[in-house]
Design a protein around this ligand. Structure first.
Ligand code: PLP
Length: 380
């Protein structure tokens, strides 16, 4: 048996979607370039518009507010860099960007790159407590700065699964007329999101059982964002031939999530997650949960097992686990997220991410193996 518990990293494509994606490469009504004016181009354009409607239906937005990119990483770059570039073209003044120390690297490194290009843009990190919860008083203080370019706060963290109060945070930004972006890559389908005060939201197809190669971007209004990739324009500021197969597949994954709102899939994932955590905690001493227990993604576990290096668990061939720090399961990078929350034994932290495909039998097997291996390492 191989148990896949690395669903924060990527997910298995839903049955049925892969066939639809393949059809977009091969079927005559589907493989055209949506920019072409002939009939096959128009057919392909129709697929993209159908996809846009499905995504907007999930987010409860207008379809004109949905943009397709190649990844959530690209969407985050487009929003933050595009916004900065626009500002720089129009004003020569000190700018401030507010974010958190536990964002995904696609946000942190983009902001870092902006700072390197333009030291007059200052970066401010909102404090995070040991539970992984943001200090909203600190955010309120930072929001008093002048010339804030943007606030970027993720909806849920990809390592410790902690969920931010995006409704309150976005409202705080709206009150001060500050542009608010949230990276919702890990949260879509698992956390209720109200777009009312959100200016930009990004996520990724391959985290929601869609194909790899499609990022999704909601923009309330696309003014004041410059294109950062230049070429033939998709729609005002995104260039490149439209990736119809992946966009279409991504939209089918969105459609499944939209239909499932308030359904039992998440309840079952949470039940299995709680079962797995319960079994590990009952089977082993000195297991420490990283991040808050309450306010957490229903599929996430991040724990440090004392005296058991993460490398041991990550190298299991029958249970796919990542080290607590990693986005990709093979990486043993030091975790800045675990550092930020001053986690105990960060080198022993493992991240387990469940999905709808996990079964009770798999969870029992995974718990047994994790306990077995940990005891063997500890000589218990
Ligand atoms: N943002 C978060 C919170 C993520 O977890 C990830 C991937 O792990 C990304 C962004 C990047 O997504 P993509 O793989 O689509 O670039």
């Amino acid at each position: 048996m191989i148990v896949y518990l690395d669903n924060h990293s990527t997910t298995r494509v839903l049955d049925g979607i892969s066939l639809e994606v393949v059809g977009c490469y091969t079927r005559r009504q589907r493989y055209g370039n949506p920019s072409s004016l002939h009939s096959l181009g128009l057919e392909a354009l129709g697929l993209v518009e159908t996809a846009r409607n499905r995504v907007s239906n999930l987010l409860k937005s207008d379809s004109s507010q949905i943009y397709f990119t190649n990844s959530a990483t690209e969407a985050n770059n487009i929003v933050l860099k595009g916004k900065w570039q626009y500002e720089r073209r129009h004003h020569n003044r000190e700018l401030n960007i507010i974010t958190t120390p536990i964002e995904h690297k696609s946000v942190l490194n983009t902001i870092e790159n902006i700072f390197q290009l333009d030291p007059a843009t200052k970066v401010h990190y909102v404090q995070v407590n040991k539970n992984g919860t943001l200090d909203l008083e600190d955010l309120e203080t930072k929001l008093k700065l002048n010339n804030i370019l943007a606030v970027s706060v993720m909806t849920a963290n990809n390592e410790i699964g902690t969920i931010n109060d995006i409704r309150t945070i976005s409202k705080m930004c709206e009150k001060r007329e500050v542009f608010f972006h949230t990276d919702a890559t890990q949260a879509i389908g698992k956390v209720d999101i109200n777009l009312e005060y959100i200016d930009a939201l990004s996520f990724s197809s391959h985290k929601i059982h869609g194909p790899k190669g499609c990022g999704l971007l909601y923009l309330k209004e696309n003014k004041n964002i410059d294109p950062i990739i230049h070429g033939g324009l998709q729609n005002t500021f995104i260039s490149g031939t439209i990736n119809v197969p992946c966009i279409y597949g991504a939209s089918l994954a969105c459609e499944v999530l939209a239909k499932e709102e308030n359904n039992e899939t998440n309840t079952e994932i949470k039940r299995l997650r709680d079962m797995l955590l319960g079994k590990i905690m009952a089977g082993l001493d000195d297991v420490f949960i990283n991040g808050t227990v309450e306010n957490r993604l229903i599929n996430n576990i991040n724990i440090s097992i004392k005296d058991v290096p993460a490398e041991v668990m990550v190298s299991l061939s029958d249970v796919c686990i990542s080290s607590g720090s990693a986005c990709g399961s093979g990486s043993h990078e030091h975790s800045y997220v675990l550092d930020a929350i001053e986690a105990k034994y960060p080198e022993n932290a493992i991240r387990l991410g469940l999905s709808r495909f996990n079964t009770e039998e798999e969870i029992e097997y995974a718990a047994k193996r994790i306990i077995e291996i940990a005891k063997a390492v500890r000589n218990e």
